[in-house]
Every structure is written in C-alpha cells, then in structure tokens.
Design a protein around this ligand. Structure first.
Ligand code: FES
Length: 492
C-alpha cells in the first residue's frame, strides 16, 4: 500500500510557521524536528508546532490584503503571478488532487473487497472465528467513521500550503544550496536579489548573458524578451537567462553565486530621489538606478559618487535586495562632494556611481551568531550588511553595537537609531545597543567582548577606526573566534 505522507521543504515550513529559516534549521540540528531527505513530514510539523494557527498565518493574510486592495492595480501586479503562470500552477495542483482522489477510490475499492471477504469468513467459519471477524469489522467501521486526530489543523495547514504554492514558487540553487521564493511576476534574478542571494549577473536586461543558468528540474516561463543569443545546444541542455524568466513551478537551477571578486566595475547614471538632512552632521542620500541598469554590488562594498565636478568615495548603506534604490550616508566635512550634498544637490539631479570596490562582505553560509559593530558613520556598511543578513535569514542570532558621539560632541549621533530599534523589536534573535564613543575604542571593545565570553561559534563584522579593529580582533580571537570569522573594515 502506498503511504499518504505529505512532505514539505524547509523554506516553506519556515513560512508556514512564521519563523526565519535559521530557527527551523536550529530545531533540526537540536533534534527537535525530524526531517527526511531534507523535507519535513506534515504530521511531524503538526506535532512540533501544536500552537500554530495556520489560518492566521502569513499567506492567508496576504491573500486577504490582496483582495482588500483588489482595485489597486499596482498591488495586484506586484504580488500576483500572471494568468498563464497561475493557470499552470492550478493545473499542476489539479493533477495532484486527481492523483490523490484516484488513490482514495482505490483504497475504497480495496476496503469493500475486504468487507466481502470478511463476510465470506463469517458465513463459513466456526463461532470463535465469526466472533473475531465481527470484532475486526466493528473496529474497522469505528476507525473509518472516526475523524482523524488533528484533522482540522491538518486541513488548515494543507490549505495554507496550497495558497502558498499558487502565490509563489520555490527555487533551489545548485551547487550552493540556497533557497528562495519567486513571487508575482518577478524574474528569478529579481527574486534572488530580494532574498539577498547574489547570483551572477551583469546588465539585468537580457543583453550580456552573465546571468546564464541551467534548469535542472521544474518549469520556467519567459517574462522579458532578451537580445543575448543562447546557442541551440545550450538551450537543449537547459540553459536560460535568470533576468528573463520566472518560475512556474518549484524549480532547481544550477547558477553561479557572485563573490566580491566576480562583480565587474560599473558606471551607472542615477537620479537623486531625496536628500534627507538627518542632523547637522549627516545626510542620507537616496539614489534611483535606471530600470535597465541596476547597480550590481554586495552589502558592505563602497563606490565613487560623482556629481558634476565633485566626487567622493562612500559605502552603500542599503541592501542589494532593495532593487533600484541605493542609499548613502554623507558625513558633513570638508570634502567637496559632502559640501555639494548639503548645499546644492537636489531631487532629480544626476549622480554617477562607479564601482563597486571592497571585500567587506557577508559570508553567505554563516549559520552562526553574527556580531556587527559600527563606529560613527561606519554604520553605513554595517546597516547594509545587517539588512543583507536579515534577508538571508540564516544567521542564528544577530547583535548590533553602534558607537557614536552626539552631534554636540562633533560626532554623527545615532542618526538611524529608530531603524535599529525597530529591527530589535521585530526580530526575536536580534539585539541592539547604542554606545557612546567617549570611553575610547579599547574600553568599548572590552565592554562589548565581556558580553560574549565564548566566540568559538560567531562571525564578527566591524567597521571603525584602526584602534577599535585591533582591540576587538585581539580580544575576539582570545575568546575563541576563528580567524575566518573576523571581518574588519577600517573606517576613519
Ligand atoms: S544579466 Fe545580462 S543578460 Fe541577464
């Protein structure tokens, strides 16, 4: 008899129970949640999460929101897949339901046959045999009439999962093993960047061929035409462009993931979206890249910004997952570019970005606690890294420390304190501490390290002056940090 188990991939389990993937991975690691071939059985899920109300969870809510906003075309376009993709997903699901129904009819037939056979035994058997068969028939009837335990929760879980499968497709990237979801009409490239997974790409509009990947399983659909020509033999072997295709079903794809050294230097004309003078010492500069030429960079990298005759080097303060929006923190000093930002730069002005540079980037496979330390406006690359780590959802926990002097003391102040606090409020495994720079780098390093006596399983990302880097690195290594877990960037 074929078993009727229902297995779910980890990413979907995380979404269903409303937890980051890191939490699910920790439960598997600790033996609290059993998996089979990397998948979780639905009954195991119901057992381990007895309190989750599936129908209250994310995807149902999202569908409700979409329905509520049904007249807003933009919301519909962003979140719903196109008609053909929807039809294809419903068709696939229909096939599964048909297979399940066929199986149930088969079981029904087997049971009826068994019932007849038992009646035959009743007719010919002696009294003890007749009694045993009667008991067996009664037991069978009771079992068949009884509502399965957890039926209501299992039904709600399956319904929720079905909605999820219609709304989004899961992508697994080989050989790295990264997983993410494709929603709406996003291309596989857009969806990967939103999830913080930097797959190889160049132009993002079908010209360069840098995003070439290979479909291993599942179904994809072209949503943007491309000029780059793939050879027939490549196409026959499953080659396609990530920036042109979306996923119709769950897919497995072979694709390269970019390291800092793989990203080509780019020169991109952007427009000023806003200059936000946060306080006397810092402005947030928001730029928008052209639709056809997004900036390819990794969190923690820096670029050169030029406006007219002036230019300066700055860290990107936003996450690559933010699509065309790029944020910078400009400290008010004597550099001509900074003066230009504070005094002249206006909305819609052109700012050229050249870059990116730098290797102060996130390790994509870190499933350990991550400690971020920023000094003054070294917060810019740290903010980008924190957001990247959040979108990856793999760090076991995150701790952010930000040392800054107040504006009155010639510092930048904790100028985006509200962001840091909102992250700490929203995430269970995120802590934030605002520190004053007054005690100096050595004292701050000591106080901070005292909170983390054992660093054998940690990753450190620090952007600050040489003295802070030196003190933290020495102290962290003494507490067991692996040299591979240290990532320091000197920012004066
Ligand atoms: S990124 Fe250039 S073709 Fe896809």
């Amino acid at each position: 008899m074929r078993a009727m188990s229902h297995f779910l991939p980890l990413s979907r389990v995380a979404r269903l129970v409303g937890q980051p993937r890191s939490v699910i991975q920790r439960m598997i690691h600790d033996g609290e949640l059993d998996t089979f071939d990397g998948m979780v059985d639905m009954n195991e899920l119901l057992r381990v999460f007895p309190d989750v109300q599936w129908e209250d969870n994310g995807e149902f809510k999202r569908v409700e929101e979409i329905k509520a906003k049904a007249f807003s075309r933009r919301v519909m376009e962003r979140t719903l897949p196109d008609k053909e993709v929807l039809a294809e997903r419903l068709f696939e699901m229909g096939k599964e339901f048909a297979a399940a129904k066929t199986l149930l009819l088969h079981y029904d037939e087997v049971l009826r046959f068994l019932d007849h056979k038992l009646d035959d035994v009743m007719d010919v058997g002696d009294e003890p045999a007749r009694q045993a068969v009667a008991n067996l028939k009664q037991w069978l009837r009771q079992k068949l009439d009884a509502t399965p335990t957890e039926a209501a929760r299992a039904e709600a879980l399956l319904a929720q999962e079905n909605v999820m499968r219609i709304m989004s497709a899961q992508v697994t990237i080989l050989p790295a093993g990264h997983e993410f979801f494709v929603e709406g009409n996003d291309t596989l490239l857009e969806a990967s960047l939103r999830a913080g997974i930097p797959l190889n790409y160049g132009c993002s509009n079908g010209n360069c061929g840098e995003c070439k990947a290979k479909l291993v399983s599942g179904q994809i659909k072209k949503v943007h035409p491309h000029d780059f020509v793939l050879k027939e033999a490549e196409k026959a072997d499953g080659a396609f462009l990530l920036c042109s295709y979306t996923a119709v079903s769950d897919v497995v794809v072979e694709a390269g993931v970019s390291g800092a050294e793989d990203i080509p230097l780019q020169s991109i004309p952007t427009r000023v979206k806003a200059v936000d003078i946060i306080n006397e010492r810092v402005a947030a500069l928001h730029l928008t890249a052209p639709r056809s030429q997004r900036l390819h960079f990794l969190a923690g990298q820096r670029v050169t910004l030029s406006a007219g005759e002036v230019s300066g080097e700055y860290y990107v303060a936003s996450c690559p997952c933010e699509d065309r929006h790029i944020e910078f923190h400009i400290r008010r000093d004597n550099r001509p570019f900074a003066r230009h930002v504070f005094e002249d730069l206006a909305k819609e002005d052109m700012v050229r970005i050249d870059g990116p540079q730098g290797r102060f980037v996130m390790k994509l496979d870190s499933r350990r606690p991550v400690i971020f330390v920023a000094w003054e406006d070294g917060f810019a690359p740290i903010k980008s890294l924190v957001q990247h780590a959040m979108s990856l959802e793999i760090a076991e926990s995150m701790h952010l420390y930000w040392a800054a002097a107040s504006v009155g003391d010639n510092g930048v102040g904790h100028y985006q304190d509200n962001h840091c606090r909102s992250w700490a409020d929203a995430l269970d495994d995120f802590s934030y501490q605002a520190l004053d720079t007054a005690p100096g780098p050595a004292a701050i390093a000591e106080a901070l390290l005292a909170q983390h006596p054992d660093l054998r399983r940690a990753d450190f990302y620090v952007a600050g002056p040489h003295a802070l880097l030196q003190a933290l690195r020495a102290g962290a290594l003494a507490r067991g940090l692996s040299p591979l877990g240290w990532h320091g960037e000197e920012v004066e």
